[in-house]
Design a protein around this ligand. Sequence first.
Ligand code: NI
Length: 285
Amino acid sequence: MSDAQANPEIMNRKSEIENLRVRLGRRVRFSINPFLEAENSGCNSYTSRPAGEGLSLFLELDVELVGSAAPQTGLLVNVSDIDRAVRRHAVPVFTERVRDYLRRGEHIGFDRIAAILRRAGEHLEDTFRPARVDRLTLKLNPFRKLAMDTKEPGMLYFSEKFEFAATHKLWNDEFSEPQNRKIFGKCANPTGHGHNYLVEVTVRTPAAGPHLEVGRFEQVVDEHLMQVVDHKNLNLDVPVFRTRIPTVENIAVFAWERLAGRFDPVQLHCITVWESDRTYCSYHG
Ligand code: NI
């Protein structure tokens, strides 16, 4: 008889853990050089494996699994096993297809990336049972990514980051000065303080199209959001923040209000605003 069978407390704990669903992510970095016959397989997976040679295409694939951690180990899936399986089953899908397209001199648009992600997801489908691959996210560069939920492979989520600098002051005129200082601390400084904000805009677009035109997308964000907030004093220069306190929460909501409905036929899905690398807020409308 095992300890767990003998001890009802451990039994209860075991079933509690089995009922907890967790989401585990693993990032796999690899490079593709379409012009070399043999890839340098490399042995530093922290940077890139295959390692790439000269100027290669560097990619990052985030694989997110959902399920319950095993009571005995506390693991959903051992990340070494995730890494090994992704490199064996998913990375070759990217390598072969990207190589083929580039060697033929063909553009790799969202529809083709979607097909690659879908195929990579199918190759991983039964690998981690009972855990399930829920989402694959391909980093296109440090500021853009394309994600697909395996349950809904017909949709893509495209995200891009933008930056703006602004001054703000967190203050409510209905509170006394000591109250404001108590609630908002240093952020209540009467003459304001600044941040370099990052805004990530995520849109939901059908994998089969019509697709997002990235140039137009950037123009819309620039015109309707960036030009309104960049190098501004948010409390004084942006009318909405005369009545709303420009917290990171309210800036995320404001960004949503400025951009929702402007990417037709593509839908706005989420806004995330970082006030620093430690503070951020997401809003889904
Ligand atoms: Ni602040």
